[in-house]
Design a protein around this ligand. Structure first.
Ligand code: BG6
Length: 485
């Protein structure tokens, strides 16, 4: 297989918060990889804007160190890196004052796509957009890219959307959900809509239930202040996990176009029924000899924020009536593992029963990380003599194998998403109404536990989460899949 690299247009990309963590860990390494692959053109330029004072040389040194640490480079004189660094400059800017804006305007080229990546706290989204307009730096073809958190609840998300709408058209706004940039997530769409095989089975008549797990081994890792205000529900469910759920549950769009796809996803969110307290479990990790407890990490012994949440949801449509979606996510669990499991029903009649053979339903396992890939579990006869013995075997569609044998490297989610921004393709970005609908639904769950002054259940670090989460499934005579890497 030969990788196809289609160069994007010439572009000036401004990273606000250019010296920050996200910029150094993700954005700059992703741009570097695309530059090295020949997709981000030699003529493309990156302008970092932040409040501290740096010369271009000093900032390039910061980028160099970031690339050596996060882009898998070991040679400090790597020729690609040297060429990449030449494309980068730095502007000191005051997001809410006048410093730097004129200089930024002067550095923009005419007839070039302008991308403004707001890698800053959400309180600066609106002020920066207003300055871009006031100084005439953005034009009607410019793109604005934003990271979550996109609001803290429905009210704040609405206010933010309204402020953005004063400055930009919705077609210019790119709300990043990096889960949508993951290779397997896009493959889920290919699997569903490029094959006729699954669609007739993709409903409650054949699917018993669906599980979505996003488990992490790490704790809150120095993000305690942000995380303690958010918790797993706001940090992971409102965005990443709901997006995955949408891609599984949505109806086939009439075209692979941003608004057709986003319109179908929105219908799924709007069809979610409220989840009652009996169908939700929240947890908080305990410490070990080597790791801090959640409460110690956030430095607040009274915090009731959840580092784990599991719940059962229903999509109230003809297709999904009676098929529950079990969702769980948490930090400091047994392993880092994100996957979707589609559990099909058992065959309606077991002809092997007289031989004492039980059957299990097929399952389709869509693994996002690690070892991304898709496996379809089917029952076969164990090869060899000795009568019929049935075996559950996975049909493996693991893409890592595919890439190992060729020179196609698996791109990081940010690489794909950034190139989509430059191309002007919003398919993998959340639209404002989707974000609001997601908050409307999560807000009702959060309000329930806030009103009850509910406390999360403690769970051991390195476990699969609180006992109560297991019960959520056992009660329905079902089981979670093991959390394992
Ligand atoms: C982020 C959350 O959006 O996603 C983090 O804010 C979380 O808390 C991260 O750790 C998980 O991303 P990934 O790609 O490692 O699964």
């Amino acid at each position: 297989m030969v990788a196809q690299v289609i160069p994007v247009e010439e572009c000036d990309l401004v990273i606000f918060g250019g010296t920050g963590d996200l910029s150094r860990r993700k954005i700059l390494p992703a741009l570097f990889q695309r530059f090295k692959a020949g997709q981000w053109l030699e003529s493309g330029r990156i302008i970092a804007a932040a409040k501290s004072e740096h010369s271009n040389e000093r900032f390039r040194q910061i980028v160099k160190e970031a690339l050596l640490e996060f882009a898998g480079l070991s040679d400090a004189d790597d020729p690609h890196m040297t060429a990449f660094l030449e494309r980068i400059s730095y502007v000191q800017i005051d997001a809410t004052g006048d410093l730097g804006w004129k200089a930024l305007l002067d550095s923009m080229r005419a007839e070039t796509v302008r991308v403004f990546y707001l890698s800053v706290g959400p309180s600066l989204f609106a002020p920066i957009c207003q300055q871009l307009v006031a100084y005439g730096i953005s034009d009607e073809d410019s793109r604005i890219v934003m990271e979550k958190p996109f609001g803290h609840d429905l009210e704040s998300a609405r206010a933010l959307n309204a402020q953005l709408a004063d400055c930009f058209d919705e077609t210019q706004i790119y709300r990043i959900d990096h889960y949508l940039g993951k290779e397997t997530v896009q493959n889920l769409m290919a699997l569903r809509f490029a094959n006729a095989l699954f669609e007739p089975l993709w409903n409650s008549q054949y699917i018993d239930h669906i599980q979505i797990t996003a488990a992490e081994k790490i704790g809150v890792e120095g993000r305690g202040a942000y995380y303690d205000r958010s918790g797993a529900m706001r940090d992971m469910v409102q965005n990443h996990l709901l997006q995955l759920m949408c891609l599984i549950a949505m109806e086939p769009p009439s075209a692979f176009s941003p608004d057709d796809i986003r319109g179908e996803k929105l219908k799924v969110i709007n069809a979610l029924s409220p989840v009652g307290p009996e169908d939700v479990t929240r947890g908080q990790y305990r410490g070990t000899d080597d790791t801090l407890s959640y409460l110690d990490e956030v430095g607040d012994a009274t915090s009731t924020t959840e580092s784990f949440v599991a719940f059962k949801a229903h999509v109230e449509t003809w297709r999904w009536a009676g098929t529950p979606f079990y969702i769980r996510t948490g930090k400091r669990l047994r392993a880092r593992m994100s996957e979707i499991s589609i559990q099909f029903k058992e065959p309606p009649h077991n002809i092997f029963k007289p031989l004492g053979k039980g059957l299990s339903g097929n399952s389709l396992i869509i693994r996002l990380q690690p070892d991304e890939g898709i496996k379809l579990h089917v029952m076969i006869k164990e090869p060899g003599p000795g009568g019929i013995r049935l075996l559950d075997v996975p049909l493996d569609m693991t893409f890592m194998d595919l890439t190992d044998k060729t020179d196609v490297a698996m791109p990081d989610a940010y690489e794909r998403l950034l190139m989509d921004v430059v191309r002007g393709d919003q398919t993998l970005f959340m639209r404002g109404d989707e974000v609001e609908a997601a908050w409307r639904w999560t807000d009702q769950m959060i309000a329930q536990w806030e009103n009850r002054a509910d406390k999360p259940d403690p769970y051991d670090s390195g476990s699969s989460g609180p006992e109560q989460a297991l019960m959520l499934m056992h009660r329905d005579h079902r089981r979670w899949r093991e959390i394992e890497a």
